[in-house]
Design a protein around this ligand. Structure first.
Ligand SMILES: [Zn+2]
Ligand SMILES: [Zn+2]
Length: 126
């Protein structure tokens, strides 16, 4: 992934290994990922919608473990590098530019363990 959009980390209990570990959060236009730095469990999210959204419009409902984070990122639409809201749930991953409201909405696609020997090589790298 050459494009740099979201790159941050969130320290919490890993859903897979149960350890308190940094969860590496990465997103570009084509894909978003959350990877456990301890066990390598990765969740992949694929883009669904990109539009100007109201704050909180995409907050997933009924998920027991939603991370609401904030990170600096360059906005593709307004060009401002500034705070973005980052909302990550079990099925959704959304980013929203605080400056112009441009929202990327990703939907959960698959999960894999990066350290697994039968690692899938079909991940689209662009
Ligand atoms: Zn883990
Ligand atoms: Zn923006």
């Amino acid at each position: 992934m050459t494009e740099r959009f979201i790159f941050t980390r969130h320290r919490t209990n890993c859903y897979n290994c149960g350890e308190v570990a940094d969860q590496i959060i990465k997103a570009v236009s084509a894909q978003a990922q959350v990877i456990c730095s301890h066990c390598g469990a990765a969740r992949i999210f694929l883009p669904r919608i990109q539009e100007i959204g109201k704050e909180g419009a995409y907050t997933p409902i009924g998920c027991y473990d939603v991370w609401e984070l904030e990170t600096e990122a360059p906005c593709k639409r307004c060009g401002v590098t500034g705070p973005h809201d980052l909302i990550i749930g079990c099925n959704h991953f959304t980013t929203r530019c605080r400056n112009c409201g441009y929202t990327h909405f990703y939907k959960y696609n698959l999960q894999y363990i990066a350290q697994c020997p039968i690692e899938e090589k079909e991940e689209a790298e662009d």
